[in-house]
Design a protein around this ligand. Sequence first.
Ligand SMILES: [Zn+2]
Length: 428
Amino acid sequence: MSVRTIRVVFMEAAHADPQDPGTLPEGVAGLRAQLLALALDVTDRDRVTALRELADLTNTISAVQARLISDLDASQRAADDVADIPEDRRRGVVGRVASALRESPRNAQIAIGVAKALVTEMPHTFAALTQGTLTWYRARLLVSETACLSLPDRRTVDRQVCGDPAGLEGVGSRKLAARARKAGYELDPVSAVRRAAKAEADRYVSLRPAPDCMTWLTVLLPVAQGVACYAALKAAAASGVATGDGRGIGQLMADTLVTRVTGQATADAVPVGLHLVMSATALMSGDCEPGRIVGHGPVPAALARRLVTTAPAVASWVKRLYEAPAGLVATESRSRCFPEGLAELITIRDDTCATPWCDAPIRHIDHITPWADDGPTALTSGQGLCAQCNLEKQDRLVQPQVVDDLDGPNRGQPRAPAQAQIRCAPAA
Ligand SMILES: [Zn+2]
């Protein structure tokens, strides 16, 4: 069976009789098995052809997923209507979609929004995705670029940009998004201004781990302010180069950013507060077991030791937390709220939200068994959750359940007990 044949069969399976719930999952599983059974020992010509077919197939699969997500959402809304559940008490399908896609609730929420827009409001874009000529990423860009338009205007842009699939060939993602944006500006200049105002309100700064113990500090700014910041850093770096500083333009711009934001004289003299989790043997005996900086991730043992030993020299403080090989330090409180120290220990232990697939930072410490059900306030019975997951969990506890068997596994469940084996040491 050729890859093209698989794609055709897959599309037919996607439109299988909805009255037979066993057909679609079984058909998809069968197609996957057939794909994995294909002989890969072929000519280079066939390899290239198969790559294109697989790329198209991936897009088709995204379209089928979008259709399933959209239908699931509509079906659940209809069930909520029948059960007469008020709008603010509805559970939605975020948890189920997140669990099925192995994604965070935040990403699932985005996928649901994009799927509904594609299936119900953008038929040409959806058709291009189904035919394989448009990727999920590019379809998502078009949904995003038309999000502020009225439904009739969105449909017009959809037709103008994706009405002719041949017109999508060879068009880069940036150019494609620009086409949709330009068409939207022409149809509704007012919404463009409204969108800009909303985007400005959403400005933020974020920090993400980068390879080799580096980190990405990202700032989303209005365009004029962003350009001004970049120009200022570049000018400062240029004057450094002119005085024979010895550092490159990129290094000078980065160092200038650090010194100006922190007010320190030099970039590497910045006082830092770090939670460093490492084994005692890695600290004392030169063991190679990597340490972990909370909020960043693993760091090589040697770097962790250097952070500890050089901390006073760079006016830093490093709170060292030793992982215990066995035995758990139990901490308990009679209070309903987790005391500051216990909350900090749980945050350090869990690092990110305890919901499966969710990587979001911890914002709340939650009783795994609710306080109202005699859940204790203790290290082993607390978990860190992001704001959205905590809200969802609270909603689940008070809402009536419409369909039981669709829940994803382990929603809101604590992590493996092994990760709770941490002992605190005095700060350096
Ligand atoms: Zn979460």
